[in-house]
Design a protein around this ligand. Sequence first.
Ligand SMILES: Nc1nc2c(ncn2[C@@H]2O[C@H](COP(=O)(O)OP(=O)(O)OP(=O)(O)O)[C@@H](O)[C@H]2O)c(=O)[nH]1
Ligand SMILES: C=C(OP(=O)(O)O)C(=O)O
Length: 216
Amino acid sequence: MTWGAVLAVKPLSAAKSRLGGSDEDRGGLVLAMLDDVLAAVTAAGLVALVVTPDPEIASLAAGAGARAVGEPAGAAGLNAAFQHGQRALLERVSAVSSVVFLQADLPALTATQLRSALAAHTRLVETESAQSFVADSTGTGTAALLRPADLPDAPFFGSDSAAAHRRAGAHDLVARAAEAAGWTGLRRDVDTRADLADAARIGVGPATSRWLRARS
Ligand SMILES: Nc1nc2c(ncn2[C@@H]2O[C@H](COP(=O)(O)OP(=O)(O)OP(=O)(O)O)[C@@H](O)[C@H]2O)c(=O)[nH]1
Ligand SMILES: C=C(OP(=O)(O)O)C(=O)O
C-alpha cells in the first residue's frame, strides 16, 4: 500500500473558536499544530495534501513539503473538503492506493504512531474496500479515517463521528489493535485549552512547543 494523507483546515480567522484568545494568538497555534502534524506525516513517508481556502495555511503546507488545494466548488464543510482532497491527491500522485483523512489539530502526533495505525489497518482490514478509523481521546470523535484512495463515499466527520464511522462499517482500530494503547499523540486532538495542556503533557512537536514557550 502507498499511503497519502489528506488534511483540511478552515480559514485562520474562523478556526478553533473554542480555544478562545485573540484571532492572532489562535491563528498562530493552528499554524503551529499543522506544522507539527505535517512534519510527522512526512517523517512517516506519506505524501500529504491540505485542503484550505487560506493562503497563509497553503503557504505553510507548501513549505512543509505538502500539496495544497482550495475548497471544493459548490460544496461546503469538512466532509466535502476531505473528499475533494482525496480526488486532488489521486490526480497529482497516481501511485497512492490508500488515504488517511487526518485531523490537523494533533500536535503530539508522531511518525511512529501514525505508521503503527497504518500497519494496524493493513493487518486487520481484510477486504480491499474496507475502511477503519482511530477514535480521538474522548472516544466520540475521529482522529483519522483510513480507506482506499478510490473510495468515493463521503466520510462522517463531525459530532459523534466515531459512532457514525462505525455505523458506516469502518473498523474501530482502537478497539481491535493492542498497540493503540501507545497512540496517545495520534488521538489527542486539541479543541480547548484543557486539550492543549494535555497535548503538552504528552509531548508536542517543535512548532507547538515554540508557540507554548513564547506564551509562558
Ligand atoms: N477546509 C476545510 N476545513 C474544515 C472545514 N470545517 C472544518 N474544517 C477543519 O476540520 C478540522 C476539524 O474541525 P474542528 O476540530 O471542529 O475545528 P474548528 O472547526 O476549527 O474548531 P471550532 O471553531 O472550535 O469548532 C479543523 O482542522 C478545521 O479547520 C471546512 O469547511 N473546510
Ligand atoms: C470533526 C471532528 O473533530 P472535533 O470533534 O474536534 O470537531 C470529528 O471528530 O469528527
